[in-house]
Design a binder for this molecule. Structure first.
Ligand code: HEC
Ligand code: HEC
Length: 487
């Protein structure tokens, strides 16, 4: 940077004060500008990546289609399944009896508001949908500080209870139904104090994961996950990579859904999401998500001719309580699950010389020792899902990712810094990366894999591989990034 006093025209005498004004002005501007640059720098240590992220591939979406191999009966119900996944839930009084049950606490009012991009079933859209939802029907919610109009749809968990020691780890819903016109009498439900949680450093975030191809992930056999884990052991050891499955507390089998592979099945995840994200109690999670304020619990008084909640739970199979035969037999959980199971994985763009070399580099430097290129599904009761090569780029194991990514939440036997190797299919059209959606830059997402251990957590298992990435030539790095953006 040239020094200011190198300029021959610069007046050093101090006599001509008119010329000194621009000098100090320039200096001040420079200081402000460099402070802004410093402040906008990411706090995570940056390696020496030479590549740039071309950004998400534009629409149209290369995902969100049902398998073309569904049979006629399955095709006949896809429309109805989509309706349920996209349906907006009200508290009471809505036009359809199926759409009542929102709250008392909720993050959003439909699956597809969060699972939105690049197609229904996906993840966060570039413009945050929650601004169109939080004050619907007269609700008096304020928007938490961490939700921004162009930021990811994230949900908040508090690692510890208010004593600061006992583990909490649960989702704390952003919004309540207080003062909504469809929740008459409910006025005193209060939003969590997110700002205090932030001040006491007791809040973490999880962004929305896509559901395309999850039917295949559900089918992958435990024996295949384990034999993949036990392959290439010498190479993995030299790279510092281990990893282990997360297991169900209930039956001891391998769980695989969610950022920590904490959930067993799509049905179970749907049940949890309906209750946790929308407050719609269901057959898997039959309690309302906050029973502390009776006036905010169903049934609500509603105008005649509109629908009130039937009782607890809000959603369940039709057991024949109506004066007609059960017509709608399964509850929504079955339909959510079938919707997701029928969604084919994203289609990558056809390879070119850059992306083909990118895949070679990805596998050569060891990304594939966690991001396993593919698994093959066994024969399924849904023929369309049988014996398919699922190119998910994940080993479905959890790995220590070090203090840089740690969120201090344990789930099953995934500890506070362990995360499921994120599946990479569809990543080419994604806007936000890593469990908390902290970056939109795929190169930064790679660099953020690296962190050194501290007293609480070990080194990230990815450190050596990320150093390998930094050691690639600029062309090879760029090809690898182009490959990721082709997925
Ligand atoms: C407020 C936003 C939001 C809503 C509404 C929502 N989800 Fe999610 N979904 C998330 C987040 C965040 C995650 C990641 C959760 C985690 O791992 O902690 C997720 C993860 C999932 C997953 C796991 C996918 C995988 O590969 O791990 C499934 C399945 C899922 N959601 C289904 C549903 C269904 C079905 C509904 C509607 C009943 C729904 N979600 C409603 C935000 C939402
Ligand atoms: C030790 C295992 C491991 C290795 C090695 C590894 N990853 Fe990952 N990767 C993960 C885990 C775990 C996550 C999720 C971390 C989180 O969100 O906190 C992840 C996330 C990602 C994401 C973001 C995905 C999303 O949904 O937001 C990208 C992109 C990615 N990895 C690419 C790579 C590339 C490229 C390499 C090689 C240079 C690599 N990874 C090496 C385990 C690994």
């Amino acid at each position: 940077m040239p020094r200011f006093d190198d300029s021959p025209s610069q007046d050093h005498s101090g006599v001509n004060s008119r010329r000194r004004v621009p000098y100090y002005l320039a200096l001040a501007l420079l200081l402000v500008a460099s402070a802004a640059v410093l402040m906008s720098r990411p706090t995570v240590v940056h390696g020496s990546a030479l590549a740039t992220d071309p950004g998400p591939r534009p629409l149209p979406a290369d995902s969100g289609n049902f398998y073309s191999t569904l049979n006629a009966n399955q095709n006949a119900i896809t429309h109805r399944l989509t309706q349920i996944f996209t349906e907006v839930n009200f508290v009471a009084g809505g036009p359809l009896v199926k759409t009542v049950g929102l709250g008392p606490r909720f993050n959003s009012n439909s699956c597809s508001s969060c699972h939105a991009y690049p197609a229904v079933g996906g993840s966060s859209p570039p413009n945050n949908p929650l601004f169109g939802i939080y004050q619907l029907m007269g609700a008096t919610n304020t928007m938490p500080y961490f939700i921004t109009s162009t930021g990811p749809v994230i949900v908040a968990r508090f690692p510890f209870k208010s004593d600061g020691v006992s583990p909490d780890g649960g989702v704390h819903q952003m919004f309540t139904i207080s003062n909504r016109t469809d929740a008459p009498g409910c006025t005193t439900e209060v939003q969590p104090d997110f700002t205090s949680a932030q001040q006491s450093n007791n809040i973490i975030f999880r962004q929305t994961t896509p559901t395309f191809g999850t039917g295949l992930m559900e089918l992958i056999q435990e024996s295949d996950i384990l034999s993949n884990m036990n392959s290439n052991t010498t190479l993995k050891q030299s790279l510092g990579i281990s990893g282990h499955p997360n297991y169900s507390d209930d039956d001891g089998t391998i769980t695989r859904f969610g950022w920590k592979a904490q959930n067993k099945s799509l049905l179970y995840f749907a049940g949890e999401a309906y209750s946790v994200e929308e407050g719609v109690s269901d057959e898997a999670f039959p309690s309302e998500n906050d029973e502390s304020i009776p006036s905010c619990l169903p049934p609500f008084p509603v105008p005649p001719g509109t629908n009130k909640t039937k009782g607890v739970p809000d959603d369940r199979s039709d057991t024949g309580e109506a004066p007609k035969l059960p017509v709608n037999f399964p509850g929504d959980l079955e339909r959510f699950s079938l919707f997701m199971r029928f969604l084919a994985p994203p289609t990558p763009v056809p390879p070119n010389s850059s992306t083909s070399n990118g895949l070679v580099q990805f596998n050569t430097i060891g990304c594939n020792m966690c991001h396993t290129n593919s698994f093959t599904t066994p024969r399924s009761t849904i023929a369309a899902l049988s014996n398919l090569q699922a190119n998910l780029f994940s080993d479905l194991l959890v790995h220590d990712m070090g203090p840089g990514l740690a969120d201090n939440v344990s789930q099953g036997n995934a500890t506070g810094d362990q995360f499921r190797t994120a599946p990479l299919w569809g990543i080419g059209q994604r806007y936000f990366f890593l469990h908390d959606g902290r970056t939109q830059d795929i190169v930064q997402a790679i660099e953020d894999h690296r962190s050194l251990g501290n007293g609480t957590y070990p080194d990230s298992e990815a450190n050596t591989v990320i150093n390998n990435f930094d050691g690639l030539s600029q062309t090879n790095q760029q090809d690898l990034i182009n490959f990721l953006r082709s997925l």
